[in-house]
Design a protein around this ligand. Structure first.
Ligand code: PGA
Ligand code: ZN
Length: 421
């Protein structure tokens, strides 16, 4: 039974306020906090900000008050293991199409803390509890997409590809894959320092470097060299998140000095895929360019994973549309894009039913809450995207996966997803 619910304003990795919620039961306190995007999709659920002087408008005291004064009185006394029912109560209380009344940040904080409280009451590991909630059929240690070179909004740049990632796929275990990712990251750092000086090794929002290289092929060449030098050629692949809605202006994509239409963007990706071992392209086109997405998927989808982030915003309606239109073949899952854990689980289920891949993702603004590490394993997804192996808000997740791997190993159930992609 829920004895009390209490929320507060804390800081995220960018120093912006965010919401933390605590739920007390006889098993103690279950705590969860909320991440925040920078390149947010326009169809995401609303992140409620105070828009007052404090924190330059970014305060979340209204969302906090909505938990303490509106949500808590309705949930105290209830059984936190009834996740779907309690998420439903919050949805009804909000009763807006995009969670704008209570704020998705308020609702997510409670929804995640409920799952933690439920796992404590049932004396289960969070990932095991989430596997029960989501009725997952299988469990894997996920392949990480590690964002080693940052660009775009996360690096203070405009009209640029946002994320250049490595995917250590061909490994026997998660811990070996993680180690390979780290070793490549160190080599990349050495290479950048040698070529551009130490300033090029400062870190952007998701822990990746921001070298003064504007050309995407040159960035990927550098990553390719680092993979080779680390001794992992052929075992580590690459992935991109373009976050293309950020550089889409009235039917034109502006990449650096170049102006491209959808077809030219697709040709650009085709060229990259022919030159580099690219496994996955996320938000290669803008969130409303459905036709472009269809063409991208029909041209490259059999070779490359085509991931919808801003396109889908973890929303079953948009996922359904994308399935019908064959607009992509993988879902990027971010719980705070939709607002409740139950809805995020529904999104994952719909994706799995249609043989899509699901990539559980962090946001560019994070806290050290490792919830999504348990989530990716619990729902049976095979990939996660948690940033570079640097900065503790990113490594909190990678480290939690190491703990989960240990537990699953002891049970003889540790399977690295690399072989199953
Ligand atoms: P965001 O970026 O958290 O700033 O939206 C992450 C992503 O685009 O995947
Ligand atoms: Zn994205």
């Amino acid at each position: 039974m829920i004895e009390s619910i209490r929320a507060r304003q804390i800081l995220d990795s960018r120093g912006n306020p965010t919401v933390e919620c605590e739920i007390r039961t006889k098993k103690g306190i279950a705590r969860a906090s909320v991440p925040s995007g920078a390149s947010t999709g326009s169809f995401e659920a609303l992140e409620l900000r105070d828009n007052e002087k404090a924190f330059r408008g970014k305060g979340v005291l209204k969302a906090v008050e909505n938990i303490n004064k509106v949500i808590a009185p309705k949930l105290v006394g209830k059984d936190p293991t009834k996740q779907r029912e309690l998420d439903g109560i919050m949805l009804k209380l909000d009763n807006s199409p995009n969670k704008s009344k209570l704020g998705a940040n308020a609702i997510v904080a409670v929804s995640l803390a409920l799952a933690r409280a439920g796992s404590l009451l049932k004396e289960k590991q969070l990932f095991e509890y989430l596997a029960e909630l989501s009725e997952a059929k299988e469990m894997f240690l996920p392949v990480p997409q590690m964002n080693v070179l940052n660009g775009g909004k996360h690096a203070g740049l405009k009209n640029d590809i946002q994320e250049h990632m490595i995917m250590p796929i061909k490994f026997e275990s998660y811990s070996e894959a993680l180690q390979a990712g780290c070793e490549i990251y160190y080599i990349l750092k050495d290479m950048l320092k040698q070529k551009f000086g130490a300033r090029a090794t400062l870190l952007a929002d998701e822990g990746g470097f921001v070298p003064p290289i504007e050309n995407v092929s040159e960035r990927l060449e550098l990553i390719d060299k680092a993979i080779e030098e680390a001794g992992y050629k052929g075992r580590v692949y690459m992935a991109l998140d373009s976050a293309a809605s950020e550089f889409f202006y009235e039917n034109t994509y502006v990449l650096g000095e170049e102006e491209l239409n959808s077809g030219q963007m697709i040709d650009f990706y085709k060229g990259l895929v022919e030159s580099f071992p690219i496994f996955s392209i996320e938000d290669g086109l803008a969130e409303e360019d459905w036709q472009g997405w269809q063409e991208l998927t029909s041209k490259l989808g059999s070779k490359v994973q085509i991931v919808g982030d801003d396109l889908l915003v973890t929303n079953v309606e948009r996922i359904r549309k994308a399935i019908e239109l064959k607009a992509c073949n993988a879902l990027l899952l971010k719980v705070n894009q939709i607002g409740t854990l139950s809805e995020a689980i529904d999104a994952a289920k719909l994706a799995f039913q249609n043989n899509w891949q699901v990539v559980v993702s962090h946001r560019s603004g994070e806290t050290c809450d490792p919830f999504i590490a348990s989530l990716v394993v619990g729902i049976g997804a095979k990939q996660c995207k948690f940033g570079a192996p640097a900065r503790s808000e990113r490594n909190a997740k990678y480290n939690q996966l190491l703990r989960i791997e240990e537990i699953l190993k002891e049970q003889g159930k540790a399977r690295y997803a690399g072989k199953f992609l």
